[in-house]
Design a protein around this ligand. Structure first.
Ligand code: SF4
Length: 423
């Protein structure tokens, strides 16, 4: 029996694609390998958002080629799209699959193979425990730093009915949490004929039967309309965890980035979300060291993170991406970027600790994402990883946990219910 392994880098969309390939290959009878060193076919879904993502992808390919020389490596994703020749020249690479051909990837891997080969992903537990659904791909925005529209193309949405059906199938298959992913999820439906919207999609999912939660990938604050906000904060399905791409706290830099939002509008949005959903976990993507960023600009980002209800930030050090407008501008020196990013990450850590401490004593719904002899790891609907010692519950099951303590490294709790989200 042939074995497979999948390693997705980067965003939730890459993970959702891996989730689909894993299911398709297993359906063909392939066996999911325990580790990448055991896969006869290793699929690598690359990212090219930053120079570091490029390096990580190439390094991983070389590592697998060295540690598992008999493996045939299938490389796809945004790095493979941007630099197919460079990727093809790396050791062990068997096929390079363009982003446009990704949907057929599982079939291409299996072509000419025994119908008994198998694949496994970087986070094998999450593939079994939380389902991922790709609702949308591509992006019509043109942020000055971003290479994604050039490698993913224009925004394309999966038809509403297909997604409702897919979610229904996954819920019937026993998934208690479904992650809805898109490169620019807020653009969902604009390209469909007749047009649809994220609000329409979510409203239909809300009515589906079953006891499940829906987690949304990153949302663009520029497109969060009032009706959508009303829905997100009033829904019984949507996890109270909103990742709102910010990118920068200074209006001057936001303009240079080509993002028509402001520090004030972002603050207002966070305050509104906090007012409506006080336990919601709010997070942001922030870029540090965008070309032209002054100390004063940077301090505006620091203040925004400090003063807003954001509970965490994914901090990226700016790196020039080929072909983007920002790459033509003079860069901030690397030492400055590093020290600014380090400080912002420390602040994010402190804010996250404060957020988790506020939850002590609260009982929250969640899903068991790891089950070990010593206890469980539960991911709460507001996206806190809680360690529960001495308890047992099936992997993927919906439970309730009471938060007992929150430290710098982890959050601990006690199991308070095992009969679903509604208990
Ligand atoms: S919204 Fe901007 S940052 Fe996000 S994928 Fe589109 S171009 Fe890139």
């Amino acid at each position: 029996m042939t074995s497979f392994f999948i390693h997705p880098f980067g965003c939730r969309v890459n993970q959702a694609e891996a989730f689909d390939w894993a299911a398709a290959l297993q359906k063909k009878g392939w066996r999911l390998a325990e580790e990448d060193s055991q896969g006869e076919i290793v699929i690598i879904n690359t990212c090219t958002l930053t120079a570091r993502a490029d390096r990580d992808g190439r390094r991983y390919i070389r590592k697998i080629a060295q540690e598992n020389p008999r493996a045939r490596l299938v490389v796809t994703g945004c790095l493979a799209e941007r630099d197919p020749e460079g990727v093809k020249a790396l050791p062990g690479v068997w096929r390079v699959v363009a982003n446009a051909d990704k949907d057929a990837l599982a079939g291409q891997c299996a072509a000419g193979e025994s119908p008994e080969t198998a694949v496994r992903a970087e986070e094998p537990v999450s593939y079994r425990v939380r389902a991922l659904v790709k609702a949308q791909d591509g992006c019509d925005m043109a942020c000055a730093f971003c290479v994604i529209p050039s490698v993913r193309g224009r925004s394309r949405s999966v038809p509403v009915l297909d997604l409702w059906t897919r979610v229904e199938e996954l819920v019937s298959a026993g998934y208690a949490e479904i992650v809805l992913a898109g490169i620019h999820l807020c653009s969902y439906g604009r390209d469909l004929r007749p047009p649809s919207s994220l609000l329409e999609l979510l409203s239909g999912i809300e009515e589906l039967p079953g006891d499940f939660r829906l987690r949304l990938s990153s949302l663009d604050p520029r497109l969060l309309s009032r009706p959508l906000l009303d829905f997100l904060t009033g829904s019984r399905r949507i996890a109270p965890h909103f990742h709102l791409s910010l990118q920068h706290g200074a209006d001057r830099i936001l303009r240079l980035m080509g993002r028509e939002s402001t520090n004030a509008s972002y603050r207002e949005l966070c305050a509104e979300l906090e007012r409506r959903s006080p336990e919601a976990n709010l997070g942001a993507d922030i870029i540090v060291g965008f070309p032209g960023e002054t100390e004063r600009d940077y301090e505006e980002t620091v203040r925004l993170l400090e003063e807003s209800p954001l509970a965490y930030a994914h901090v990226f050090s700016y790196s020039a991406r080929p072909g983007t407008k920002a790459a033509e501008r003079p860069a901030v020196d690397r030492a400055t970027v590093k020290s600014r990013a380090d400080r912002l990450r420390r602040l994010s850590g402190r804010k996250n600790l404060a957020y988790r401490r506020r939850l002590i004593g609260r009982t929250l719904p969640g899903v068991v994402i790891q089950s070990k002899p010593g206890g469980l790891e539960v991911l709460t609907s507001n996206y806190v990883d809680v360690l529960v010692s001495g308890a047992a519950a099936p992997l993927g099951s919906p439970v309730h946990v009471r938060i007992a303590a929150a430290g710098e490294r982890d959050t601990t709790g006690e199991l308070r219910g095992r009969d679903g989200f509604r208990s």
